[in-house]
Design a protein around this ligand. Structure first.
Ligand code: PLP
Length: 282
């Protein structure tokens, strides 16, 4: 399998990162994960746009245009003959002697990308999964898709160690998002999710779901909800690039509905699959 380092395609074993790369030392960089279905990118443009937005927010100059990046990712996907999986890409502020302030302009950003086969999580999507609830201890710029993920990792690890799939994060009992997903509730035929503020990552899957709500006739509000409102909801689900529309059948100690995926959640899964087939064929 080939990988990309800046504009070069190479074998993974040949790829090298400097030990003073700022991504490695500080997490000073940004990333994206793009889903591939039937050998095509799903919402690729939205992910690449978001990468450029994240870059701007941390004053990082990307070493290529959106067009060139798209072309390079296309090449990578094709040479690896990826059918169903993901492309992971990241950009760091480059390698320079360790110091907190940014290096001079002659230090160039370092781009890396690779592909990985990842099946759709069909069993989990059909049966639903469980989540724990955890304090959102992260910083206040969760809108940036930054490499700094320790707060997310600690929450996910706690979920894993308790046999759960995800951690639902909250600040003072207001649900923000999952450790690597956005969280949605449905109550009385209305969907709610946290608004796209600095406290969450505005997921590409989240945006797609809100678009699909209109298609299937489900009204929605981008309005924060509390843990208590989540416990009393008819349906709860999480969403991300890799997990798609993933039903949560238990959050913390509370069983959601009858512990099976809810009717609107299933409708959204169906509509989401429709969007995949429309964009990526089948
Ligand atoms: N929120 C966080 C913290 C994430 O890490 C992710 C994705 O990994 C998401 C939300 C969902 O974003 P997307 O739908 O763009 O994958």
């Amino acid at each position: 399998n080939k990988v990309l380092v800046n504009d070069q395609l190479m074998e993974r074993q040949e790829a090298k990162v400097d030990i003073e790369d700022r991504g490695y030392q500080f997490g000073d960089g940004i990333y994206e994960v793009i889903r591939i279905y039937s050998g095509s990118m799903f919402t690729g443009k939205e992910h690449i746009d978001r990468l450029f937005e994240s870059a701007k927010k941390i004053h990082l100059e990307l070493p290529f245009s959106e067009e060139i990046l798209t072309k390079k990712l296309q090449e990578l996907m094709e040479v690896n003959q990826l059918q169903t999986g993901i492309i992971y890409l990241q950009v760091t502020r480059g390698a320079s002697p360790r110091q907190h302030h940014f290096p001079d302009n002659d230090v160039k950003a370092v781009f890396t990308a690779y592909t990985k086969e990842v099946p759709r999580p069909e069993k989990q999507m059909t049966e639903g999964v469980t989540a724990i609830v955890a304090d959102d201890i992260r910083w206040l710029r969760c809108d940036i898709k930054s490499l700094n993920l320790l707060g997310n990792l600690l929450a996910k690890q706690e979920a894993m160690s308790k046999g759960s799939y995800e951690a639902v994060l909250h600040r003072d009992s207001t649900v923000t998002e999952g450790s690597s997903s956005n969280i949605f509730i449905i109550k009385n035929d209305e969907l709610r999710t946290h608004p796209a503020t600095n406290l969450i990552l505005n997921g590409i899957t989240r945006r797609e779901i809100l678009r699909l709500c209109s298609d299937i006739g489900l009204s929605y509000k981008e309005e924060a909800f509390t843990l208590d409102e989540m416990y009393k909801a008819d349906e709860v689900f999480m969403a991300s690039t890799t997990a798609e529309v993933m039903p949560l059948v238990q959050v913390g100690d509370t069983v959601v509905g009858d512990r099976t995926p809810g009717k609107w959640t299933k409708e959204l899964q169906k509509a989401f699959l429709g969007a995949i087939q429309q964009q990526c064929g089948e």
